[in-house]
Ligand binder design. Structure first.
Ligand SMILES: Cc1cc2nc3c(=O)[nH]c(=O)nc-3n(C[C@H](O)[C@H](O)[C@H](O)COP(=O)(O)O)c2cc1C
Length: 208
């Protein structure tokens, strides 16, 4: 089917829709994203874990990663912990951990660790304050460099400098490409749909 056959919706019409229907529509049309678990720790040393899908690769040299954090009232703990500790980890979610990973999006109290609540194990690496998730196989850690408030909708772009990366050698190809699908890492759409990803092909660098 081509765009000429697609139904067109003006934003003024979309804004009249039921809130949940509208959110599903706008969130899902944004497309496939990496679903990752973000590990942080608070000042009482309680580890925190949240599923995030708004993750942006900002560059390879320097290696920078960005997270979009919702308004503070909606997703308070990850933002606060990163502000206070300057550290966070990211891990791809293997298919086998999908339900536990999704459960971390529940609004647990500040003194409850999502690790214990959902049954995952914090794992620490010397020199990195934030916890990793032992059950995951691909992860990386970043040190906070900047938090950019997006005043238009009260969200935040959290920018971190990548410090360390972990991946099974079986997923790393000869030229350095990490085939995250080998670790059964899932992709997500919107806030409740998860997909399996399969490599179609790798296409050489395009030239005019
Ligand atoms: C699939 C999925 C993706 C999500 N992505 C994000 C995201 O990118 N940014 C965000 O702030 N919240 C995101 N959330 C919501 C957080 O997981 C949720 O608000 C969580 O309770 C935050 O916990 P915290 O207060 O411990 O940080 C997502 C939820 C789901 C289910």
């Amino acid at each position: 089917m081509e765009l000429t056959q697609a139904k067109q919706f003006e934003i003024a019409e979309v804004q009249q829709w039921d809130r949940w229907y509208r959110a599903n529509f706008i969130n899902s049309i944004a497309g496939f994203r990496a679903a990752c678990l973000v590990g942080t720790v608070n000042t009482q040393c309680i580890p925190n874990l949240s599923v995030f899908s708004q993750i942006v690769h900002l560059g390879a040299d320097p290696a920078l990663v960005g997270l979009i954090n919702r308004p503070r009232v909606a997703t308070p703990h990850t933002l606060k912990n990163i502000e206070e500790s300057g550290s966070f980890t990211l891990q791809h979610i293997p298919k086998t951990l999908l339900h536990k990973a999704h459960q971390t999006s529940a609004k647990y109290a500040d003194d409850v660790s999502e690790f214990s609540a959902v049954g995952l194990t914090p794992f620490y690496i010397p020199g990195i304050v934030a916890p990793f998730v032992k059950e995951c196989s691909i992860a990386w850690a970043a040190q906070l460099v900047e938090i950019v408030p997006i005043t238009h909708n009260n969200t935040f772009l959290i920018i971190g400098k990548i410090q360390t990366l972990l991946a099974p050698e079986t997923c790393i190809q000869a030229d350095g490409f990490v085939d995250i699908s080998q670790a059964e890492s899932v992709a997500s759409v919107g806030l409740d749909a998860y997909y399996e990803a399969n490599l179609i092909e790798r296409i050489p660098y395009a030239k005019p």
